[in-house]
Write a protein that binds this ligand. Structure first.
Ligand code: NI
Ligand code: MN
Length: 227
């Protein structure tokens, strides 16, 4: 799988010949917007963990220009449906198999409302699996005991994307416990450094993971890795 970081909780992941855009927040993040123009993004699906602005900002434009399908909870897919976009609604604990693999929408402990105040249901994360691998995008969440359900109900994770920036989500000290709960040794950090309130000490974060025999990958904006 090809994994590109687009800032905050945003990733573009290529797998099984399809391109999945997660939580696009690009146009308002100046450093990222200089590296990638929203209008140049090509994709097949847009996956949204919850309704907050720093996760959905560029979703409508990206979905529209690609005629891409939005995958999220019922409320968020319904909201974009009223704006003429098509999608596949899910809810917590549910699983659906798409042409790129199986998606499970899992619990997150956070809040969720769309930028215009529309109710956005409850926030979630995604576990995505196919014959190329399995990964978890946690979205915005606190450390939660529900994460222990993931190894019990999903294929073995090859990597996971966890928020580590603190204040609005768990910080890296809780994220390393989350990595233990989900039984995953390779973690890509997200939701850090975009704003002052979520700035982190990179070396301290990596050390915290290394001490528990886990790898914390902190990708640069626009960086692409193969996993
Ligand atoms: Ni949020
Ligand atoms: Mn957020």
């Amino acid at each position: 799988m090809k994994v590109k970081y687009t800032g905050q909780a945003g990733f573009i992941i290529e797998t099984k010949g399809k391109t999945l855009v997660f939580d696009p927040f690009i146009s308002a993040n100046e450093k990222m917007a200089n590296l990638l123009k929203v209008q140049d993004i090509k994709c097949d699906y847009v996956l949204l963990t919850h309704g907050h602005q720093d996760h959905v900002l560029d979703a409508e434009m990206i979905a529209k220009q690609n005629d891409a399908k939005i995958i999220s909870n019922f409320e968020i897919v319904s909201y974009y449906g009223q704006r003429g976009l098509h999608g596949h609604p899910m809810n917590h604990g549910g699983e659906w198999t798409f042409d790129f693999g199986t998606v499970k929408y899992v619990n997150a402990v956070h809040s969720s409302v769309l930028p215009d105040g529309t109710y956005a249901g409850n926030p979630g994360g995604f576990v995505i699996s196919n014959d190329e691998g399995c990964f978890y995008h946690a979205g915005d969440t606190a450390l939660t005991m529900d994460m222990k359900l993931i190894p019990m109900t999903c294929p073995k994770l090859d990597f996971a994307i966890l928020p580590i920036g603190n204040n609005f989500t768990m910080g890296y000290k809780d994220a390393v416990i989350a990595a233990e709960f989900i039984e995953c040794d390779k973690i890509i950090g997200c939701h850090f450094d975009t704003f002052e309130a979520i700035a982190i000490d990179h070396e301290a974060a990596k050390d915290t993971f290394a001490k528990r025999q886990k790898e914390l990958i902190l990708m640069d904006l626009g960086q692409e890795i193969e996993l």
